[in-house]
Design a protein around this ligand. Structure first.
Ligand code: SAH
Length: 344
């Protein structure tokens, strides 16, 4: 019999599973507390449960955990990047960042990625598999256990495309905001997509208070398709329409990510096109000097070009920021650590 993935269960599901084993319902509350409040990684840590019950749990359930394979700490800003080993030997990356407002964790949603963005290291060797909700969640728990930090913010901006693993991504969001778990505020969560339009519409229906980030990176189809193959399926006009519909449905402003690549998408012409494209939208633009990944050959924009690009947009009334580069000395960019560790 397959063991059940216990960390993907919320309290009602856990209660049902515990009842099915002939155990009293209050045990589910205790187990839930151990798993989601105390971050227990093993049933033997659950010391207020009888030994016999712990062994029944062992026989019927598995706690999908994250083992630390590598850990890099930035000398500049204390950002910590983890390479976690999953139960089947696959690896994902997770990053802990410290901000003025608290600790934020960047989680991965897939092992690898099949979206093929030209600048991104995560996708270089394709997608391997989806993560279960528990495996996304346990990245946060493992970071908390390792550092003692109380995480208050989560960004789904690690490896993988959350909308290519929609159900598990949404289950993760439900679990991490559950009052029986970390009880994070939806407003402290961002989910980033490369532009999977049906995912944007599905999420809009849920009307959650999280921040939707959209990786735009280019203001027109020719350029965007050359950087992001996903644009062939859902071109710029469709994507922008979906973002407008998202805001209409949720009253939330969309955040656009724009990675500046030297000589590719950082020209004054691109800034003009971008301003025209987003005109009148309730949105935020996040400019990111591209992280250079050896295999891509792409170079980051000069500081001067970044400034000019930012100023052009700010002058036209856009809410625009340049992302602070955290962990530049520890390969904190998407997928770089897994790549340097796994021979693929
Ligand atoms: N698949 C989702 C989330 C993961 S990528 C998405 O595409 O949004 C998280 C963010 O990092 C995206 O905005 C992505 O475009 C960006 N990114 C990937 N590689 C990068 C690089 N080398 N430099 C800067 N940003 C990068």
């Amino acid at each position: 019999m397959m063991k059940q993935d216990i960390l993907s269960m919320d309290l009602p599901a856990l209660t049902e599973a515990v009842r099915a084993l002939g155990q009293p319902a209050y045990r589910a509350g205790q187990i839930c507390q151990w798993l989601h409040k105390n971050g227990a990684a093993d049933f033997d840590e659950m010391t207020n449960l009888p030994k016999t019950l712990r062994s029944v749990l062992h026989d019927n359930f598995v706690i999908f955990g994250c083992a630390i394979e590598k850990k890099l700490i930035s000398e500049y800003d204390g950002t910590i990047k983890y390479l976690f080993r999953l139960h089947d030997g696959e690896f994902v990356e997770t990053v802990l960042m410290k901000y003025k407002y608290g600790y934020s964790v960047c989680v991965s949603s897939q092992v690898g990625c099949r979206m093929g963005c030209k600048f991104c290291a995560s996708t270089l060797s394709g997608a391997v598999r989806n993560l279960a909700a528990s495996e996304i969640l346990s990245q946060v728990y493992a970071v908390q256990r390792d550092t003692g930090a109380r995480v208050s913010h989560v960004v789904m901006m690690g490896m993988g495309e959350p909308f290519d693993n929609y159900d598990n991504a949404l289950r993760f969001l439900a679990l991490i905001t559950d009052e029986n778990g970390l009880n994070l505020s939806m407003r402290h969560i961002s989910l980033s997509t490369c532009g999977v339009v049906p995912g944007i519409y599905r999420l809009a229906e849920r009307n959650l208070q999280l921040t939707l980030s959209v990786s735009l990176h280019a203001p027109n189809d020719a350029l965007r398709t050359s950087m992001m193959p996903v644009n062939r399926k859902w071109p710029v006009a469709e994507l922008i329409k979906a973002c407008k519909d998202y805001t209409a449905a949720t009253s939330r402003r969309v955040s656009f990510e724009y990675a500046l690549v030297k000589g590719v998408n950082d020209t004054p012409e691109c800034a003009r096109e971008l301003a025209a494209l987003l005109k009148g939208m309730l949105c935020h633009i996040n400019l990111i000097p591209v992280n250079e990944v050896a295999e891509t050959g792409l170079k980051k924009s000069t500081a001067e070009n970044v400034k000019r690009f930012e100023a052009y947009l700010a002058d036209r009334g856009f809410a625009v920021t340049v992302r602070r580069t955290l962990g530049a000395d520890i390969n904190a960019a998407c997928g770089q650590l897994r790549r340097s560790s796994v021979k693929t």
